[in-house]
Design a protein around this ligand. Structure first.
Ligand code: UD1
Length: 420
């Protein structure tokens, strides 16, 4: 198990580029098996979650080849509808394979994914939508065994705009007979990217990004070459790293619209964030003040609200802001595991239920802390960049699920961080 050693107190400066979005790539990798033709994906990151998804694709018959940051998949020989347990346990979001395998193989078997570090994570909405398409689902002995011989388009209303459920239903519906409408669908940019990817192979999906998505089933898909959108949470992480350290940074490969809610909060705390008019159109510049201001109240919501995936990172920033801030976590019930670790570093935080009250302190102190989930772990790293002295962040395998070479990236802009 690796650790990061961080010596805090350094300003960051320079330019940094954001990689392709993990949460866009995972459903896109599932969608690859809709076609029997070659798929080429550009700007493809090396992340533990993505590697696991590639193992799933290989286990059901895909051939996968990497050339630098390009991934080439040959899905012509997909021959299995059983998704191996060990990968589902490694990566919970592999549940999105269910819709894709049903579309391709007309049946699927997958172990029930169960809860994880940040909450219970039920899949009732996924199953509700698939059943409405005519999928017969047998839930027994911890497995889902599904038959989809006659999938027919349906009008599906989601009780909640779940990202995973929207993606799973979109994937299955691409091969259902006729038209499917998903109402109260998730509106995340990653959903739009999945739509665009499916359409680049000859699919007929529209409406993604609004709360109604329409999918017309098609008989076959062709080959495609596709570049995934930049990772808005990684972009947000670099902006938060600049904010907490009072730095000036240019972040490249960013879609400003995707990070509006994050930018708004950072501006409220006193940061100047402007589109960067350099050679790269998709870049932003951040200039953070010496001491940030507290932010009265931040509530996490589905997109375009403030993302739950940024909650821990914003909290780290607010630990050293002037005044009292409040954060309400509305999406996941167990997403404050970073709080005791930040307190070990000298933060003043109280939590009650889904509310955290953060009283800003002038300094954080380096400490030995442990990551217990992906974004909570990244939050400890940026707190370490600010803290006086040495911080050790343990259990960084959680962080490596979603950040490629975070230590090298942060070092390239002046941080004192190494993997030990
Ligand atoms: C995705 C993201 C994750 C992000 C989350 C919310 C990926 C791979 N992961 O996760 O990083 O934090 O969106 O933006 O894209 N729920 C149900 N029943 C369901 C499905 C969800 O009750 O069938 C609940 C969940 O418990 C949770 C909420 O809905 O409280 C949001 O979950 P969802 O939008 O599905 O998130 P994921 O797709 O799992």
């Amino acid at each position: 198990m690796g650790k990061f050693r961080i010596r805090g107190g350094r300003r960051l400066e320079g330019d940094i580029r954001v990689i392709g979005a993990k949460n866009a790539i995972l459903p896109i990798l599932a969608a690859v098996i809709l076609t029997r033709k070659t798929v080429v994906l550009y700007d493809f990151p090396r992340l533990a979650d993505v590697e696991n998804m590639l193992l799933i694709l290989q286990s059901i018959g895909c051939q996968v080849k990497r050339e630098g940051t390009t991934l080439i998949v040959d899905p012509s020989n997909v021959n299995s509808w059983v998704i191996p347990d060990r990968h589902v346990k490694e990566i919970r979001s592999s549940i999105v394979m269910l819709g894709a395998v049903l579309a391709r193989m007309k049946k699927a078997k997958i172990t029930y994914p169960g809860g994880c570090e940040i909450g219970q994570r039920p899949i009732n909405l996924h199953l509700h939508g698939l059943r409405q398409l005519g999928v017969i689902i047998d839930e027994s002995h911890g497995y889902l065994e599904c038959e989809a011989a006659n999938m027919v388009g349906a009008d599906i209303h989601l009780d909640y705009p779940s990202v995973g459920a929207t993606e799973n239903i979109m994937l299955a519906a691409t091969c259902a007979k006729g038209r499917t409408i998903i109402r109260n669908a998730a509106k995340e940019p990653e959903i739009i990217d999945l739509q665009n990817f499916i359409n680049s192979m000859g699919g007929k999906v529209h409406g993604a990004g609004s709360n109604t998505i329409i999918i017309d089933g098609v008989d076959s898909f062709h080959e495609t070459e596709y570049t995934v959108i930049p990772d808005r949470i990684v972009a947000g992480t670099y902006l938060m790293a600049a904010a907490i350290t009072g730095s000036e940074l240019v972040v490249h490969n960013v879609n400003l619209e995707h990070i509006q809610s994050i930018v708004t909060k950072l501006r409220e705390s006193g940061c100047m964030i402007t589109p960067y008019k350099g050679t790269d159109a998709g870049a932003v510049k951040i200039k953070a003040p010496q001491r940030l201001w507290a932010i009265e109240h931040t509530k996490t919501y589905p997109y375009p609200g403030f993302p739950t995936d940024m909650q821990a990172l914003l909290m780290s920033v607010l630990t050293v802001a002037k005044g009292t801030s409040i954060i309400t976590e509305n999406i996941f019930e167990n997403r404050f595991k970073h709080v005791p670790e930040l307190i070990r570093m000298g933060a003043n935080i109280r939590t009650e239920g889904k509310i955290a009250v953060i009283q800003g302190v002038p300094v954080l102190k380096g400490a030995e802390v442990s990551a217990s989930d992906l974004r909570g772990g990244a939050a400890l790293v940026i707190a370490g960049l600010k803290a006086e002295g040495e911080t050790i962040v343990d259990n960084i395998h959680h962080i490596e699920r979603g950040y490629e070479n975070l230590d090298l990236c942060l070092r390239s802009i002046g941080a004192d961080i190494e993997r030990i």
